[in-house]
Design a binder for this molecule. Structure first.
Ligand code: ATP
Ligand code: MG
Ligand code: FE
Length: 389
């Protein structure tokens, strides 16, 4: 399956760009990747020729639903229980033995420290025991680079591209100028868009189901209940400013509920869910367009926009973003690229892929590499170069 020739120098980690590695005649590089930064226990195998050989995601929604959000201790214990089986299944699905894997990648940060440590310790121990190269990956960089793996070749985003990362912990608008260089154009002033979906789903009493609260809210908005009252609309905060705010939006819904006689009819709840989803999407569209305008003043006109992270699996939002880009640039079509919905939410495929360029360059981390529970995406290169190899 893998044909990597002459990897004799892997254990000589003193040289970051191992000369002997670069001289190797490589045809395919296979990475086992682990991800455990939040509430999904993930293991996957990907290759340098853009093949996904396996993708295991063990979700924990049923464990956290009663807490109304991710409970860190419960998440850590679940990762500890589930990671060995996830690794086993990822290898079985890929039809590989551990020895066949050429490199091991893991999520170094950002995320919940105790959760990160489960994937990190497993990856480090496997790599050390088998004398394989190891790469620690920035979780949000991995979300951003996923379309370089999944998009059809003729639609692959070209640098510089704009990227909107919308997930449970982040709402980021970035200019990506390379696989490792990201300039933050906007971030959230308070909470993330994903967290606001989660909170509103809870306020409306929606059951998480197997897909989680955000996806449950999206499904609920599609419900045909006949009688849907007009609940008005919710404004976009900080107009004209390159910054997001979502606690403002979920508080408006909270206030609406507090001032309305309960219990609400189902039609009334659907109307409120739709008004929320509409305002959440509107804010992303307006800030994205504003970001493009500001970049244009700097003579930067990206040809592609990449949207990734769990909230990017929302199909209503995808349609709204497409319309916003067409409205902004009616004559020159800006490519809008999303990973497939199942690779928008957390997975280890993206971690393996984000590590690939470093493995191929012979640039890997020491087995004693530390975690970065907090890690600003604009510092990836600095942090990697400060990490002893
Ligand atoms: P981060 O990536 O910031 O570390 P995370 O890893 O917990 O956070 P992801 O798995 O990338 O987050 O995304 C999870 C978030 O996406 C949750 O808030 C979830 O509710 C939201 N989400 C998932 N599917 C949808 C959907 N269809 N519509 C809206 N939100 C969704
Ligand atoms: Mg998650
Ligand atoms: Fe994520």
């Amino acid at each position: 399956m893998t044909t990597v020739i002459g990897l004799a120098s892997w254990h000589s980690r003193g040289s970051r760009l191992s000369q002997s590695f670069r001289l190797c005649r490589r045809t395919l590089f296979t990475v086992l990747a682990l991800e455990s930064s939040a509430d999904d226990t993930c293991a996957a195998v990907v290759t340098s020729s853009r093949q996904i050989l396996s993708n295991i995601v063990v979700k924990q929604h049923d464990l956290h639903e009663g807490f109304g959000g991710i409970h860190p201790t419960v998440a850590i214990e679940a990762h500890q229980r589930n990671m060995p089986g996830a690794v086993r299944r990822a290898l079985e699905d890929a039809k590989l033995m551990m020895q066949d894997v050429d490199g091991i990648a893991f999520t170094r940060g950002p995320g919940i420290g105790g959760c990160l440590s489960v994937g990190s310790n497993a990856a480090k121990s496997l790599a050390a025991a088998l004398n394989k190269p190891l790469v620690g990956v920035h979780h949000m960089q991995a979300h951003a680079l996923t379309p370089l793996l999944t998009a059809p070749v003729d639609q692959t985003p070209e640098f510089p591209f704009l990227t909107l990362l919308i997930s449970g912990g982040h709402t980021l608008l970035l200019l990506a100028t390379s696989k490792t260089s990201f300039e933050i154009l906007a971030t959230t002033a308070d909470e993330s868009v994903g967290r606001s979906f989660d909170k509103v789903a809870r306020m409306l009493g929606l059951s998480w189901g197997t897909k989680g609260p955000g996806a449950a809210l999206e499904d609920f908005c599609r419900k045909d209940t006949g009688d849907v009252p007009n609940v008005g609309s919710f404004p976009v905060p900080m107009p004209g400013k390159l910054a997001f705010s979502y606690s403002c939006l979920h508080s408006s819904i909270e206030r609406y509920l507090a001032s309305t006689q309960v219990p609400l009819t189902e039609g009334h709840r659907v109307a409120l869910a739709r008004a929320f989803q509409d305002a959440a999407a509107q804010q992303l569209c307006e800030k994205l367009t504003l970001g493009l305008e500001k970049l244009s003043l700097r003579n930067i006109n990206p040809r592609h926009v990449v949207v990734s992270g769990g909230v990017a699996s929302n199909l209503f939002l995808r349609t709204r973003l497409r319309a916003a880009l067409d409205n902004y640039s009616p004559n020159v079509k800006i490519g809008l690229v999303f990973p497939p919905p199942e690779l928008c939410t957390d997975n280890a495929v993206m971690i393996g892929w984000a590590a690939m360029h470093r493995f191929l360059a012979g640039d890997h981390d020491d087995y004693s590499i530390d975690l970065r529970a907090k890690w600003d995406i604009s510092t990836i290169l600095d942090v990697n170069s400060r990490t002893p190899a």
